[in-house]
Design a protein around this ligand. Structure first.
Ligand code: WTA
Length: 631
């Protein structure tokens, strides 16, 4: 225990065994950070040099506010670094990927060489369909090896992937396919969840009706019962496409600033934002953080429980760990199916040493009690990670004691789709303060400021910002340059994150939550506007306003206030119908858990719905200034 200078309250730090620092890739935090401060470009160049480039960069960074270029004119291919590089040395027969089915019985294993061959073969299949560098390809698949193979195959030939999480519904999917102008859509016939297979293909069929750019639909048939039919010229079987093509596909020479992928994230307006990441800077950022924040070593078995369809999966299932040459576990499972021991059983079975997961899962396990994890030997674990929302002190302590046995450091990593890589955490060996994500990692300059960009006093809340460009920053919002500029123009000279935070005198940063209209439900970002427009698309709804309600398990749940059109009387049946309507348009993750019918909604005189008033009423707190509201 130490006294905090700022609050005079006792602050509890957890300090890992010194061997963690001594043996880690990153070493001493202070020293690494000052090396970065002394010469940021040299710092990043030293990391980038560890990777393969067809030809080197001329300048490390070109900063032309608010646009940055990194590793200018450097040529590389991220899959060369994730695959080919390892085949030359001792990793050739090392296990790259282990996939586990949801009950824990089914298993598929790929060595680096096997993964390389599968990726190349599918890449050649894509080429056969006429896919060329720069084409957009939408991937809508469950967590299976082919999802990862499809991503890498796109990157191999320079096609831009836009992965859409398999839990999204038809209209959300359509919006993303149209937004990216995808030429190809890749899917599977089924996803498996809780012992049942749920068909995916009909969702796609509906989603591509008004998507004129789509030329082909590639369908992976999983042979779970009756195979789906493949129709006409437009549809192709995944493995049929791979027949008669070579297992060799040279990696396309990509400029560092060529686009690697677009990933849609919920916006504060009705339309999702297509976050654009480029090859070179993103590659360096995820390689660096996987190696130095997770300390990924040759003998580790690494498990990130996120779906590759989210940014966490892009950076820390696929590109980061493969670029470092790690052994990665993925699974299609749900944390409590067939029982809440499944994760701990898998950790024991595979000797998982690094586990990266989300607070919502930790809180769920906490509720179910320690009997489940205690049944299994978790002695292989050495590092725990958390991401997606604040890791509250109770969940931190449970994770630390019950899973990490007071031995494993926890890296609570703060970052975003937009940042591409970890930005704030407590690096290995440093004292951890529960409830606080930590400090800027070496390479990053984060701060908490007021609306004019001036640092706020320790202990007071302000806006979390990033003050210097970093290699894996998003380059733009796809087809929406103005939206991109807004991130940098809201607070002078800073990248505005959209989160509220507190920085204490010890330098640690606590992230409180979003400062905009996003609700984080079980770690998934849901835009209030998206749910509202889904509701309003129902014939009975005149207007809708959506708020997040704190929830001990999910972080937040969604509550919707709805005014009805004349002729549509309020009823419980209608409530259920509206919830179902959101489910099929946006997907199960965006379903409101509560609907309240209202005669009218609080609005400003210019007609904007003021959600904060609804939220204050719901929470039983003072709504603050309501003088701008309409009668
Ligand atoms: C929140 C996920 C507190 C935050 C990688 C951020 C967190 C948003 C943390 C980005 C954390 C993520 N502590 N809050 N460790 N990690 N967040 O784009 O509000 O899905 O802005 O990226 O999640 O969510 P996204």
């Amino acid at each position: 225990m130490e006294k905090s200078a700022d609050t005079k309250k006792e602050v509890k730090y957890y300090t890992p065994d010194p061997s963690y620092r001594q043996n880690s890739w990153i070493g001493d935090y202070g020293r690494a950070y000052s090396e970065f401060e002394k010469d940021p470009e040299a710092f990043w160049a030293k990391i980038a040099e560890k990777l393969h480039w067809f030809s080197g960069w001329e300048r490390v960074r070109e900063w032309n506010f608010p646009h940055a270029k990194w590793f200018v004119n450097g040529k590389t291919n991220i899959t060369y670094n994730c695959l080919d590089r390892h085949l030359l040395g001792e990793r050739r027969n090392k296990v790259a990927l282990i996939w586990k089915g949801e009950t824990g019985e089914e298993e598929r294993v790929f060595t680096y060489r096997q993964l390389y061959r599968e990726v190349n073969r599918f890449a050649n299949g894509l080429k056969k369909l006429g896919v060329v560098k720069g084409d957009r390809v939408c991937i809508y698949m469950p967590v299976i090896p082919e999802q990862v193979i499809a991503m890498l195959a796109c990157a191999r030939i320079g096609a831009v992937h836009s992965v859409v999480f398999g839990g999204y519904g038809a209209s959300a999917l359509n919006q993303r396919i149209v937004g990216a102008g995808a030429k190809i859509v890749i899917t599977a016939d089924m996803a498996v969840r809780r012992g049942k297979s749920t068909p995916l293909k009909h969702v796609i069929e509906e989603a591509i009706i008004n998507a004129p750019t789509v030329e082909h639909l590639i369908v992976l048939r999983r042979e779970l019962g009756r195979p789906v039919e493949i129709h006409g010229e437009m549809e192709i079987d995944f493995y049929e496409l791979c027949k008669d093509v070579s297992y060799d596909c040279p990696a396309e020479v990509m400029d560092a600033e060529d686009t690697l992928f677009i990933l849609y994230t919920s916006g504060t307006t009705g339309t999702p934002k297509g976050i654009v990441h480029t090859v070179g800077g993103y590659m360096v950022g995820v390689y660096y953080t996987t190696k130095y924040i997770f300390d990924l070593k040759e003998s580790d078995v690494y498990w990130c429980t996120a779906d590759p369809g989210w940014i966490t999966g892009h950076s820390y299932v696929v590109y980061g760990p493969l670029s470092v040459g790690g052994t990665i576990l993925i699974s299609e499972n749900t944390p409590d199916y067939p029982d809440p021991g499944i994760w701990w059983k898998m950790i024991e079975e595979y000797g998982v040493s690094i586990l990266y997961t989300a607070p919502t899962a930790i809180r769920m396990f906490m509720k179910l009690g320690r009997d489940w994890p205690d049944k299994y030997n978790l002695g292989s674990l050495r590092i725990l990670g958390s991401v997606g929302e604040p890791l509250n002190p109770e969940a931190f302590e449970w994770f630390y004691e019950v899973i990490g046995k007071k031995r494993c450091p926890i890296v609570d990593t703060w970052w975003q789709t937009e940042t591409g890589m970890h930005m704030i955490t407590t690096v290995l060996g440093e004292p951890m303060r529960p409830g606080f994500a930590g400090k800027s990692i070496p390479g990053v300059v984060a701060d908490v400021v007021d609306k004019d960009g001036k640092p706020v006093e320790p202990g007071r809340s302000g806006f979390l910002v990033i003050k210097e460009p970093w290699p894996s920053m998003m380059r733009t919002v796809y087809n929406n340059e103005e939206r991109y500029r807004r991130y940098w123009e809201m607070i002078p000279g800073c990248y505005m994150v959209g989160d509220l935070a507190i920085k204490e005198t010890d330098g640690n940063i606590m992230v409180i939550g979003r400062s905009d209209d996003l609700i984080i439900v079980s770690g998934h970002n849901i835009g209030t506007a998206e749910v509202e427009s889904a509701l309003v698309s129902h014939k009975a709804v005149a207007e809708a306003a959506v708020i997040g309600k704190p929830d001990p398990l999910k972080g937040n749940t969604i509550k919707a206030f709805v005014t009805l059109r004349v002729g549509h009387p309020a009823s419980d049946k209608l409530k259920n119908e509206l919830i179902y309507h959101v489910r099929i348009t946006l997907g199960p993750i965006a379903m409101p858990s509560e609907i309240e019918f209202a005669d009218s909604l609080p609005k400003t005189r210019s007609g904007k719905i003021v959600r904060r008033v609804l939220k204050a009423r719901e929470m039983g707190v003072d709504p603050g200034d309501i003088s701008t509201l309409d009668e």
